[in-house]
Design a protein around this ligand. Sequence first.
Ligand SMILES: Cc1cc2nc3c(=O)[nH]c(=O)nc-3n(C[C@H](O)[C@H](O)[C@H](O)COP(=O)(O)OP(=O)(O)OC[C@H]3O[C@@H](n4cnc5c(N)ncnc54)[C@H](O)[C@@H]3O)c2cc1C
Length: 447
Amino acid sequence: MQHELEKFLPANRIVTNLSERAAFAGDKWLAGPTPDVVVRPRTTAEVAAVMRFAHERAIPVTTRGAGWGYVGGAVSNCGGICLSLDAMNSLSEVSEQDFVAVVEAGVVTAELQRAAREKGLFYPPDPASSAHSTLGGNIATNAGGARCLKYGVTRNYVLGLEVVLADGTIVNLGGRNHKNKTGFDLLSLFVGSEGMLGVVTGATLKLLPHPPARRALAAVFADISQAAEAVWAVFAAGLLPAALEIADEATFAHFLAQRGLPPQRGAHVLVEVDGQIASARAEIAENEAVLRGAGAREIEVADSEIEVEALWETRRQFSAALSASGKIKLNEDIVVPRGKLVELVEFARILGEKHGVEVACFGHAGDGNIHVNLLLDSAQLERAEAILDELFAQILSWGGAITGEHGIGLAKKRWWPSAVSPEVRALHQTVKAALDPKGILNPGKWI
Ligand SMILES: Cc1cc2nc3c(=O)[nH]c(=O)nc-3n(C[C@H](O)[C@H](O)[C@H](O)COP(=O)(O)OP(=O)(O)OC[C@H]3O[C@@H](n4cnc5c(N)ncnc54)[C@H](O)[C@@H]3O)c2cc1C
């Protein structure tokens, strides 16, 4: 295959050496099979040429951003070509006039956030992986993050896309207008399509004015149920923070232990507000009063950007603290209707007790999007699917969803049939067959 690829790609853009290819095998969920070849094109024309080549020969193509996904989406499980967008990383424009950024797919999320900030602009989507993940990967997974509560997910910021279709055709959808109702909303079809409908090579993203002030607070409650009730009390008081995060007793205990801090039993809540200086101050004070009324045992208020970041640093350590437990961590990013939050955290605790496994929950409580983490010994691993069957069945019976932001990929393939109706699965098949008739894009995943 190498010689044929060299007809349209420079040799240094084709990785054939086994040890170098191995670096493209897995993502953060799974170390998968090594792809037969890795290509790292620099231009859309090169991507199109790769797709034309693969389409003619029906070779599987797995598109890859940074490989920071959590569901095996970038794993080349059927071999073939790994199409890495990491070298298409130019950030060509941040426009203060139009409030847009024009990027190639391989630009790292945090780089865009930094570049926008330098011009007083704001790109709100903030997956916790933003220092590593690419905007192409964020678009393909419709990534969320803590600020989704107030600002929405990646989808809400995609104004235009350049996509290479499975047969190599290049299409440009949308543009730099903040509104556009010309034809079907095809652009949205590619957002969250997990690399199965086309290769995103570039995007025009919406920016906002950067809010001049951020304030935050961290509160400790007696237990997760009381903390979940407090989340509800915040909304009931008519408040809409930018972020409203929660962590249960198990997560908080692992964090304290890992930091060498004195143990204390409690659940953790983090609230961030943003806006004009006076309104941010007033709003954080109102949140504080509500949380005290809801039973907060301790509250620490951050009154400057540096203090806000220090509170977030604690929140960012939760996932790593669970990983440092030495157990196998399965992170399930389920989502429930907001009113079911208290029932969810109680159900997760009972599920853990029933199966004799540790369950630790934390996440975006304001969105009902909680990361339910199973912490397993290797001997318990074989029980994981049965535990997850029970968890997902309960979530779905509440009208929730098996994934709020990570996607389905390989990790949740088993539960795809129970997550949507046969009619909706058939509709997915129809769309897939229309755009990728040979089924070469990301084969073996959930469609
Ligand atoms: C520690 C950690 C924290 C995380 N926090 C969050 C979070 O807060 N919110 C959240 O939503 N996710 C989170 N994630 C999940 C993950 O980071 C996101 O899914 C992210 O969008 C993946 O980006 P990537 O560039 O690494 O994509 P990859 O992992 O490389 O790919 C992900 C999927 O997108 C497809 N894809 C990638 N690039 C393209 C492209 N250009 N065109 C078409 N398809 C493409 C791939 O085929 C694959 O199916 C987290 C992951 C980790 C490890």
